[in-house]
Design a binder for this molecule. Structure first.
Ligand SMILES: N[C@@H](CCC(=O)N[C@@H](CS)C(=O)NCC(=O)O)C(=O)O
Length: 228
C-alpha cells in the first residue's frame, strides 16, 4: 500500500486532500517534526530535505508536495485539465508558481511574524508584502475563472488550498475581506468531504503541540548556528 509520510502542516495536507479525493488506499505514517523525527536516517533516506510530505509507492519515492500531486495525478489520470499543450502549459505554470512562490513566501511570512526570536520589521514587511502580492495574483486569476485552470477542479486548486487556508496568518486579519475570489475557492474546497477528511487526518495520531526548545531546534536549526 502507498505510504504517506505526513504531519498536520499545509504541504502534507494538500497531498492528503488528493489521496482522499481520489479514494486511494494509503498508510498514513506520522512524522513528528516538533520531536525532530524528520532528521532521522530512515526518513532522510526517503526525503533528504527532511520535510513533509513524502510518499513511497512501490519502488517510487516522491517528495515535495507539488511533485507528489503531479505524480499521483498523472498516475491515476485524475484532477488534471483536458489534454492540450495550452492546458499543460497552464498546469505547469501554476503548479510551479505555488511551489516556488506561494509556499516559500507564505511560509517565511508566518515564520517572521510568529517564530523569529526578534521582530524584524524589514523581514515582516517584505514577506507580508509578498504574501499579499501572491494572494492578489491568485485572487485575480480566480476572478476570471471558477477554478485555477478554468471550469475544472484540479491539483492546482488543491495546491492553492493547502496554503490559502492560512492566509490570515500570512498577511494578517482582514485578509479575507481583500481576497474574495480566493476565499470563495478556499471555502468551496474546505467544504468538500475529502478536504474535511484530509484536515482531520492529523487527529489520527498524537503530534506534539508544544513549540518548546526541542521543537525550535528541530524545525529551525539555524537558531543554534551562526553562519553569517
Ligand atoms: N517544498 C516543500 C516544502 C515542505 C515543507 O516545508 N514542509 C514543512 C511542513 S509544511 C515541514 O516539513 N517542516 C518541518 C521542518 O522544516 O523541519 C513541499 O512543498 O513539500
Amino acid at each position: 500500500m502507498l505510504k504517506f509520510y505526513y504531519s498536520g502542516a499545509p504541504n502534507p495536507t494538500k497531498v492528503a486532500l488528493f489521496l482522499e479525493e481520489a479514494g486511494l488506499q494509503y498508510d498514513a505514517i506520522p512524522v513528528d517534526t516538533r520531536k525532530g523525527e524528520q532528521h532521522k536516517p530512515d526518513f532522510l533516506a526517503i526525503n533528504p530535505n527532511a520535510k513533509l510530505p513524502a510518499i513511497v509507492d512501490g519502488d517510487a519515492t516522491v517528495f515535495d508536495s507539488s511533485a507528489i500531486l503531479m505524480y499521483l495525478a498523472e498516475k491515476t489520470g485524475k484532477f488534471l485539465p483536458a489534454k492540450s499543450d495550452k492546458a499543460r502549459g497552464e498546469l505547469l505554470s501554476w503548479m510551479f508558481f505555488v511551489s516556488s512562490g506561494v509556499g516559500p513566501y507564505f511560509g517565511q511570512s508566518v515564520h517572521f511574524r510568529n517564530y523569529a526570536p526578534e521582530k524584524i520589521a524589514y523581514a515582516i514587511n517584505r514577506y507580508t508584502f509578498e504574501g499579499h502580492r501572491h494572494a492578489g495574483i491568485l485572487d485575480a486569476r480566480l476572478g476570471k475563472h471558477k477554478y485555477m485552470l478554468g471550469d475544472t477542479y484540479t491539483i492546482v486548486d488543491m495546491n492553492v488550498w493547502g496554503w490559502a487556508r492560512l492566509l490570515p496568518n500570512v498577511v494578517g486579519e482582514g485578509a479575507w475581506d481583500k481576497y474574495k475570489n480566493l476565499k470563495r475557492l478556499t471555502d468551496e474546497v474546505s467544504a468538500r468531504p475529502a478536504a474535511q477528511r484530509a484536515s482531520a487526518l492529523k487527529d489520527r495520531h498524537k503530534f506534539k503541540t508544544e513549540m518548546d526548545a526541542e521543537a525550535l531546534a528541530a524545525m529551525f536549526p539555524h537558531m543554534q548556528q551562526k553562519v553569517a
